[in-house]
Design a protein around this ligand. Structure first.
Ligand SMILES: Cc1cc2nc3c(=O)[nH]c(=O)nc-3n(C[C@H](O)[C@H](O)[C@H](O)COP(=O)(O)O)c2cc1C
Length: 123
């Protein structure tokens, strides 16, 4: 199981780093390719939309198996993590976690446990 992520301001990237994942694919413009199954990590964009680059990436890489979201409860409570929720619904995959910004240590532990169940290995 691979990991792909999009991060505009660094929160999602911080989550990936704290998980200790060093071989994740960073989505920069959406044209990246990933073989096989993967978990996608994404932020939410304006009014809870899926970032365009993430939408493009998902459409051309059919192996998505789960999603992790990062949003802002303080600034976007009404659409908190809606991008991750929408991906979960549209692609019928589990939503592992809805993280606030770069998350708590507890969030990191939860995500690690769920990724382990999906076959992601941590050194
Ligand atoms: C223009 C804009 C719109 C946003 N809209 C939402 C939103 O609808 N829901 C939400 O939960 N977070 C929203 N956010 C917050 C980001 O998703 C959140 O800060 C996230 O941690 C950013 O991840 P990144 O630092 O990896 O880019 C928005 C941020 C920006 C700049």
């Amino acid at each position: 199981m691979k990991i792909a992520y999009a991060s505009r301001m660094g929160h999602v990237e911080g989550i990936i780093k704290r998980l200790g994942i060093t071989d994740a694919l960073k989505i920069v413009d959406g044209t990246e390719k990933i073989d096989g199954e993967y978990v996608i990590f994404t932020y939410s964009d304006g009014k809870g939309i899926i970032p365009k680059i993430v939408e493009t990436f998902l459409q051309s890489n059919p192996g998505v198996r789960a999603v992790v979201g990062s949003g802002s409860m303080e600034r976007h409570a009404d659409t908190f993590n809606f991008a991750a929720v929408k991906i979960s619904e549209a692609y019928d995959v589990p939503l592992i976690a809805k993280v606030d910004m770069d998350g708590t240590d507890e969030d990191i532990s939860t995500i690690k446990a769920e990724l382990t169940k999906l076959g992601v290995s941590f050194d």
